[in-house]
Design a protein around this ligand. Structure first.
Ligand SMILES: Nc1ncnc2c1ncn2[C@@H]1O[C@H](COP(=O)(O)OP(=O)(O)OP(=O)(O)O)[C@@H](O)[C@H]1O
Length: 256
């Protein structure tokens, strides 16, 4: 079991300590995470890559408090979530976490602004009209607040989902294949927006992706293999497109 520590405790928005996750029981057990210790520093953008089945989604789900690890500890926004009951964890997620997924999950009959507001309203937390406007403006969609999803491009719809995730100003944004359903051009639009949110608003972001070009927008790429950290490479932002090539080469090495 690899126990290499990548923690920088004083600055991390999320800390994972010796995380293990075993799915299933009896003879059908699968070890999805096998001793992962990793920190995600505040205000940085981390991409998580790795071959299919390497544990990326499990890591994201555990780090976000959606799945319970079999062993290990998760500190989110300074709180040890293993010590919390389900209700406290739900509250912690609502307060401190935003999510975007491959599917935009927007309600077709509602406007962009109403979609941004809806989850907070469900959670019993009122967000003001200004907060909604600000969230849409932060993803460059101030002019589209009154439009329904069908009147927006795929990239714009994902940016609405991004605004919805960010309207409560979460400590950490979790993104699981956020550009998986988008074409190359609209992917870039969403990734540039995510990068800008990190640079301008200090939005801590954690993204699972298969796409080296998407990962190249991050500050650090963590590579998983067989539930363990195979590598962690910091990217030099000045290297631009060369980063995507370096990430792709690294991935190919892991898949070989
Ligand atoms: N609910 C579950 N029950 C049983 N096994 C599971 C469950 N969820 C995940 N696994 C297994 O755990 C391992 C890691 O899965 P995970 O989805 O985290 O990998 P991944 O790297 O995100 O894969 P992909 O890139 O294909 O989405 C895989 O072997 C998977 O089959």
């Amino acid at each position: 079991m690899t126990m290499t520590s990548h923690l920088t405790p004083t600055q991390d928005a999320v800390e994972l300590h010796g995380l293990r996750k075993v799915h299933g029981t009896g003879g059908r057990q699968v070890t999805a995470l096998d001793g992962v210790s990793l920190g995600f520093p505040r205000g940085t953008f981390t991409a998580i890559m790795g071959p299919s089945g390497s544990g990326k989604s499990t890591l994201l789900q555990c780090a976000a408090g959606l799945e319970q690890p079999s062993e290990g500890k998760i500190i989110l926004a300074g709180v040890d979530i293993g010590r919390q009951n389900e209700k406290q964890r739900t509250e912690l997620r609502r307060k401190h976490i935003g999510f975007v997924f491959q599917a935009f999950n927007l309600v077709e009959s509602l406007t962009a602004a109403q979609n941004v507001e809806l989850p907070s309203r469900f959670a019993g937390r009122k967000v003001s009209r200004e907060q909604v406007e600000q969230a849409l403006a932060s993803v460059g969609l101030a002019e589209r607040a009154g439009h329904r999803p069908s009147e927006l491009s795929g990239g714009q719809q994902q940016r609405v989902a991004l605004a919805r995730a960010l309207v409560t100003r979460p400590d950490v944004l979790f993104a699981d294949e956020p550009t998986g359903a988008l074409d190359t051009v609209t992917s870039r639009e969403v990734l540039r927006m995510m990068r800008m949110l990190v640079d301008q608003e200090g939005q801590t972001t954690l993204m699972v992706t298969h796409d080296p070009v998407a990962a190249a927008h991050a500050d650090v790429v963590v590579f998983l293999k067989d539930g363990q950290i195979a590598d962690r490479i910091p990217l030099d932002r000045r290297a631009g497109v060369n980063n995507a090539a370096a990430v792709a080469t690294h991935m190919a090495g892991l898949e070989a």
